[in-house]
Design a protein around this ligand. Structure first.
Ligand code: SF4
Ligand code: MG
Length: 332
């Protein structure tokens, strides 16, 4: 499939005043193909939401490029931006905070269409709202109610209906199920999968929990402190995680899987996530890495393809470095 989104060396830094810079996203690159689900996973504070918001243009970027269908979204004129809004939409983590409590469901879902001047005929627009409600598993009786009258899962369905109202091609889902009860999480994930099939959607699915993102994603990028540290297919990531951080994340998933041999032991990471205002030198993961070496403090590992379409940034897979070590050993 063709590439629909290309993120190239994207950086988003926030200036917090005098010499203090929060490097929320610090040089992230990946491509997403049309129709696929690309997951970004990492603990809170790793920059994944900021990446999503910068990709959709809610934030301007500090450096790098975001190309959608070959067009740089941060260099679009007003007209192009307006058209781009129809193509890419976002679903947020907290469906309650993102829905205006004083608006009816009908108004909430209609608003993007109003802004875009679509379905200007009142009757047609109402029919469209009813259809969208059905698409997300609600019904027309819900149209005149208010967000507080719904459960968390239903509110997320309303958020999804709103995101779908412009018939987008691409949806960024920023932790769409994290705030929901475990019992309804799978329902919302299944709904998103069904909608993807029916409407040919492409997803960027942001999550902190690898167990859920694994089921929905074709490929996954693992983020740590503003950097991508590993990227490969979900299957590969699960069967053969290379980066020590990914290995730790996976070891925390308690689901027994008979297909996976060699049950991993739980890897407990040292310490806390460092501040992105003051990240460690060299490899940003080194303060918590069980395999940290001397070089990790001085050199940032390069992003490299170590297996077919399996990318990782870690000195453990740097052949030059390993050769160097072996050379030294041989000499000694
Ligand atoms: Fe650990 Fe070094 Fe690899 Fe970073 S580069 S993940 S510190 S081994
Ligand atoms: Mg977030």
């Amino acid at each position: 499939a063709e590439t629909i989104l290309s993120v190239q060396q994207l950086k988003k830094h926030f200036h917090l005043g005098k010499d203090r810079v929060l490097k929320a996203v610090d040089g992230v690159s990946f491509d997403i193909k049309k129709g696929e689900t690309f997951g970004i996973v990492g603990e809170s504070g790793c920059g994944k939401s900021t990446a999503g918001r910068t990709i959709i243009g809610l934030y301007d970027r500090t450096a790098g490029d975001v190309l959608y269908d070959g067009k740089n979204i941060h260099e679009m004129n007003e007209k192009e931006k307006f058209q781009f809004h129809r193509k890419m939409q976002m679903i947020f983590q907290d469906p309650y905070a993102s829905l205006n409590p004083r608006s009816t469901v009908q108004e909430i879902i209609s608003e993007p269409m109003e802004v875009q001047g679509l379905y200007q005929n009142k009757k047609e627009r109402l029919e469209r709202v009813y259809q969208l409600l059905e698409d997300v598993g609600l019904n027309r009786d819900h149209a005149n109610r208010y967000p507080h009258e719904f459960s968390g899962g239903q509110r997320q369905r309303i958020g999804i209906a709103r995101a779908l109202s412009l018939d987008p091609e691409f949806i960024i889902a920023d932790e769409p199920i994290s705030a929901l009860d475990v019992s309804v999480q799978a329902q919302v994930v299944n709904l998103l999968k069904d909608l993807q099939k029916k409407k040919g959607l492409t997803y960027l699915f942001i999550a902190h929990d690898l167990s859920m993102v694994k089921h929905i994603s074709d490929r996954i990028g693992v983020m740590y402190l503003g950097h991508l540290v590993e990227l490969t297919s979900s299957e590969n990531l699960y069967q053969k995680p290379l980066h020590p951080y990914t290995q730790a994340l996976l070891s925390a998933i308690p689901i027994p899987d008979p297909d996976v041999e060699d049950r991993r032991e739980r890897i407990i990471l040292n310490g806390e996530l460092p501040s992105p205002v003051n990240p460690p030198s060299g490899c940003v993961f080194r303060t918590r890495c069980p395999h940290a070496m001397e070089v990790c403090a001085t050199q940032a590992p390069v992003w490299q393809e170590v297996d077919d379409k399996h990318f990782v940034a870690c000195h453990l897979y740097n052949e030059d470095l390993q050769d160097g070590k072996n050379g030294k050993q041989a000499a000694a």
